[in-house]
Design a protein around this ligand. Sequence first.
Ligand SMILES: [Zn+2]
Length: 136
Amino acid sequence: MRAHESVGRVYRRCGCRDKQGRQLGTHCPQLMSDPAHGTWTFALDLPATEPGGHNRTVRRGGFPTEDDAHTALHRYGAGRRIGISADPNQTVADYLNQWLTAKRLPSASTGTTSTSTHAPSTSAGPSRRSTTTSSP
Ligand SMILES: [Zn+2]
């Protein structure tokens, strides 16, 4: 099993602000008392794409129910595993089309942990002056 399998989380937050104008986010007291307050958000921690890089956290919010957020989270995770970035706001049909397209790509089945096969090679340095050494 892969130790790096991303685990997402789903939580509810709102746009209320305190007296200083800062968003209360998940700390709004109304979230405790009112189950319909705020919207659902999912967050997914992604491992760094390169050694020494920083982990990223993908967050998508505005889902009306916890189920919606969970569905979007699963969809995003599943899409990531086959190398596509599933936008929770796209339609299911669009998602399936993208999924089928990705399945046809031969690179999608050579399974490594990272599904992004378009990472640039780091062997070529940032400065390119290889052809200018021999002057006429
Ligand atoms: Zn609130």
